[in-house]
Design a binder for this molecule. Structure first.
Ligand SMILES: [Fe+2]
Ligand SMILES: [Fe+2]
Length: 328
């Protein structure tokens, strides 16, 4: 059987457990939090006072913080790209309501709340240029992304395992910074989003675990493939209005590094966590090629740490159209 057909077999085999995965890792609509739970309630008399308080607290947050929060929001808002991509993955792409597409839809419905909450918060904060942000979001959705996984489920699940953990780290750090600046409400919002990301990370990395149990060598090669080419961020095509594709990503990423929201060290930490989580050192019955892939993976974090130590982040903020510098 070709490797593609084996993957389809494996996906069909795992699909039998999708309902269990959904019960274990996703939360029914009536039980899960909604953006409104964390925002001023516009039906209430207290709405304007609550918004005023929200805006007061927002005043103390620094420039790069806003850039990062905007970039994170736009990344969340490009969800149509992620859903349509995942629906194309071998074994998922079924117009029928099969188990895997049900998983993707329900995961999407949870993720959709993240951009929704952050967007409304930014709008109320008064600190950002919403029209510029909206243009960037529209650009990013229309530019799509290319994460180098093709339609391979193994590579895609490595990507989502990594990415959900990366978003956990970044939303959680933003929450910590907001808390330090005295903005407990914003901090709670970001913590809430981070906890969803962690739950999703557990799910996707469990899918990979299950694949390791039945197709270890191919799973190992897929993991190596993704680490070799590096995980690109979902917003790697980010641009500001009037600019060329991908021109804003580096500056956004620099801002995140400057304020310690997501750094090169985090990248290596996540890789190491995946290696431990999937017990890469203990997997048995590998082909020679997969054994070599395992060796490569086991040595990679140390190698990447050395490279990341040499990275220099520009010290000064880059001024985006999304956020005007505060008038002193
Ligand atoms: Fe999210
Ligand atoms: Fe996520």
């Amino acid at each position: 059987m070709s490797t593609k057909n084996i993957r389809l077999e494996v996906m069909r085999f795992l699909e039998k457990n999708v309902d269990t995965f959904i019960d274990q890792y996703l939360i029914p609509v009536e039980k899960i939090w909604q953006p409104t739970d964390y925002l001023p309630n516009s039906e209430k008399e207290t709405f304007f006072d609550d918004v005023k308080e929200l805006r007061e607290l927002a005043k103390d947050l620094p420039y790069d913080f806003w850039v990062v929060l905007v970039g994170d929001t736009i990344t969340e808002e490009a969800l149509p790209t992620y859903e349509s991509w995942l629906m194309q993955v071998e074994g998922i792409d079924n117009v029928e309501r099969n188990g895997w597409s049900r998983w993707i839809r329900q995961w999407t419905s949870e993720e959709n709340r993240h951009g929704d909450l952050l967007n409304k918060y930014l709008y109320l904060s008064g600190r950002v240029n919403m029209r510029e942000i909206e243009q960037t979001t529209q650009h990013l959705i229309s530019d799509g992304f290319d994460i180098g996984t093709g339609r391979d489920p193994y590579k895609n699940f490595v990507y989502t395992s990594f990415q959900e953990l990366a978003t956990f780290v970044s939303h959680n750090r933003v929450a910590e910074l907001a808390k330090k600046a005295g903005d407990d409400k914003l901090s709670r919002m970001c913590k809430r989003i981070a906890s969803d990301e962690m739950r999703h990370h557990h799910a996707y990395s469990e899918f990979v675990n299950s694949i390791f149990e039945v197709d270890a060598s191919e799973m190992m090669l897929a993991f190596q493939y993704m680490m070799k080419q590096k995980i690109v961020m979902p917003a790697h095509f980010l641009r500001e209005s009037g600019q060329k594709i991908s021109t804003a990503f580096e500056q956004f990423s620099n801002a995140a590094q400057r304020i310690g929201v997501y750094t090169a060290t985090d990248y290596v930490d996540i890789m190491q966590k995946l290696i431990s989580k999937w017990n890469i050192d203990k997997i048995t019955g590998l082909t020679d090629e997969a054994e070599r892939a395992r060796d490569f993976l086991m040595k990679l974090p140390a190698r990447m740490t050395k490279i990341s130590e040499r990275l220099v982040v520009p010290p000064d903020s880059y001024i985006f159209k999304w956020v005007q510098p505060a008038v002193k």
